[in-house]
Design a protein around this ligand. Structure first.
Ligand code: NI
Length: 303
């Protein structure tokens, strides 16, 4: 490994560590930046250090000397130019003209976002579209749940039908046929999607409890939601279906033995999952779609 390669590795490793710190709870601060630079230096320097016996320093020939002198000249020039367009004023990094350096302003903004809240998603307003689509955040997958987390997940599943009823209470037929976001499902499609999805979830639970690591068959939820009855049927049909289904589902869950929670199944998209992961997913799923409707009501002032 030669010196220029080691310097490139130092920059790359330090950058990756900086990004890691930025996303972690440690955050990107002056001290974590210094740690990232030092760790990068050590990791990139180790191969050089190990090779030190094999390396022999030779006096540079004339051509190497000229190349070295040109590099130093260019470096001084570049640092001076950058120093003029990028400067620090009152603890803030500023750029003289946003048009000067192409997308350097964008990169500085992104570094700023990484270094100081709000982070990239979902708090950052740049990602408002994601906020509409994932109002309670994306599902984060647990492998196991504590007894308390299971209790909460089962309660969420138990309450889901009445929360959905409350979310659409008093909406007119026209309001029910309004998409919750542009190019998204209508409220009616969301309501009919809930039993579509949860009937599959209930079946999956039963399969996991009665078979050895069953392979779960996926289904095309988008096409289910586009079938004629899913776009037009009265919402009460699905609300009643959901009441009965969740009643039976919760009875099943409350009767599970401790060892049942770790029974496995092979999910089409998620790979092998446990019963714990399954109930966490559907506790999230009910809240996720109900929040779509509540968010629409709030934005449209249908309160
Ligand atoms: Ni869904």
């Amino acid at each position: 490994m030669n010196v220029p390669l080691a310097v490139l590795c130092w920059i790359a490793i330090s950058t990756l560590l900086g990004i890691f710190f930025g996303y972690s709870s440690l955050e990107l601060t002056t001290s974590t930046s210094i740690v990232a630079l030092l760790l990068g230096l050590i990791l990139a320097g180790v191969p050089l250090f190990l090779q030190r016996g094999k390396m022999r320093l030779q006096a540079p020939d004339r051509r190497q000397f000229v190349a070295f002198a040109i590099s130093i000249f260019f470096l001084v020039f570049a640092v001076r130019e950058f120093g003029q367009v990028i400067f620090v004023a009152k603890d803030e990094v500023r750029v003289i003209s946003p048009n000067n350096l192409g997308d350097i302003c964008l990169h500085l903004t992104q570094i700023n976002y990484l270094a100081s809240a709000p982070h990239f998603w979902p708090e950052n307003p740049i990602f408002a579209f994601d906020k509409l689509r994932y109002p309670i955040g994306r599902f984060s997958r647990p492998e196991t749940l504590s007894a308390e987390q299971r209790r909460q997940a089962i309660s969420a599943i138990e309450e889901a039908p009445q929360r959905l009823r409350a979310a659409i209470l008093g909406l007119s037929e026209e309001q029910l046929d309004t998409p919750y976001r542009s190019a998204g499902w209508t409220v009616r499609q969301l309501v009919h999607h809930m039993p579509d999805s949860h009937l599959n979830a209930y079946t999956r639970l039963k399969l996991a409890l009665t078979e050895d690591e069953p392979a779960l068959r996926g289904y095309d939820e988008k096409r289910w939601a586009e079938l004629p009855e899913a776009r037009t049927a009265p919402v009460d049909v699905s609300l009643d279906l959901l009441d009965a289904l969740h009643g039976r589902w919760v009875l099943t869950l409350r009767a599970l033995k401790p060892e049942d929670w770790q029974r496995k199944m092979k999910h089409a998209e998620m790979g092998p999952i446990t019963v714990d992961t399954l109930i966490a997913l559907y506790a999230w799923h009910g809240r996720h779609h109900t929040a779509h409707i509540n968010g629409l009501r709030q934005r449209e002032g249908w309160l």
